[in-house]
Design a protein around this ligand. Sequence first.
Ligand code: HEM
Length: 129
Amino acid sequence: MDVKEYLAKASSYYDKVGEENFKKLIDDFYDSLSSDPLLRDMYPEDLEPAKERLFLFIIQYFGGPQTYSERRGHPRLRARHVHFPVTEEARKHWIGHMAYALEQNPMDDESKEFLMGYFDHTARFLKNR
Ligand code: HEM
């Protein structure tokens, strides 16, 4: 699969998975993260706005409305993470919470696998310490 085919495939998951399941995924991810001492302190005290940013980013990436870019502009994910110590340990914790949230989700297994492939790849790319 070349980049173009990959992106076209990625854009199909918003319809396949459905917005409600994406919402539940991000809610469950933050619920799990909120009791993780390693990660919790990196995030703002009020998690709701952070939850909304990740939710909007993820649905946009997977073919949903472009609200994230309307509000935040280009994602510049690496630049936006440089202030946070994304160590190997932090990456593993982040992915662990996402794996847990995917496990709780009613979406089909193929979608879970595709989404995890994306999260895993991106989390490695964001490592900065
Ligand atoms: C590898 C471990 C990671 C750590 C420790 C981490 C940490 C953080 C922190 C502390 C924030 C600030 C929260 C906020 O106020 O919005 C943030 C924002 C964000 N993260 Fe991560 N993150 C990680 C991985 C990822 C991955 C894999 C993605 C995408 C798949 C991602 C996407 C985002 C987005 C979209 C934002 C909001 C950017 C904005 O518009 O300001 N992060 N991250």
